[in-house]
Design a protein around this ligand. Structure first.
Ligand code: ADP
Length: 162
């Protein structure tokens, strides 16, 4: 059973993230989306909301995509859940530089866990959760950036955390 962990904050999940997960499904039997609790980082949306949106989006893959909250070191979480692979998305050279350090750190902590990087499709390269949060704040157009279930929730007036 090839199981991968896709860790992130997903505040909120974007079409850039979902594309990486969907492509990851061709490589792995199961993908655990680890939603960071990260107490140091103030998020726009609650942990429950971020998890719910991902679960809703991947409903048809619920047997292959599991969503779990996680705190602490990524490698510890992976070990605890018998996960051998970490899945990460790359958009650009700065992403690569940042991810390289995380990769080396994780390797230092546990060299049995391998990281697999997938390069984002061109249409998703410009998307980030930070950008999406700005658009939400100023009520801009979200189509093409986040899944439709998130747009529906926001249009219904889901309140951000702040
Ligand atoms: P964090 O910034 O807390 O690590 P994110 O939720 O922003 O978490 O990102 C999680 C993963 O998704 C990272 O590997 C990141 O590089 C990747 N990612 C973010 N946005 C995109 C995108 N548009 N296309 C591909 N990968 C992405």
């Amino acid at each position: 059973m090839k199981r991968a962990l896709f860790p992130g904050t997903f505040d909120p999940i974007t079409l850039g993230h979902t594309e990486i997960i969907e492509r990851g499904l061709d490589l792995f039997d199961e993908i655990i989306v680890g939603v960071g609790v990260n107490s140091a980082k103030q998020t726009m949306f609650s942990l429950e909301q971020r998890i719910l949106w991902i679960q809703e989006y991947f409903l048809k893959y619920h047997h292959k995509v599991k969503v779990m909250p996680f705190d602490g070191l990524t490698v510890d979480f992976a070990k605890k859940h018998e996960i051998k692979f970490l899945l990460r998305g790359l958009r650009s050279a700065p992403d690569f530089e940042y991810e390289k350090h995380i990769f080396l750190l994780n390797k230092h902590l546990d060299d049995k866990i391998e990281t697999v990087f997938l390069v984002s499709d061109t249409q998703y390269i410009g998307i980030s959760s930070t950008l999406v949060r700005e658009i939400i704040k100023y009520q801009g157009k979200l189509e093409g950036l986040v899944p439709q279930n998130i747009i529906n929730s926001i249009n219904k007036g889901i309140n951000p955390n702040s």
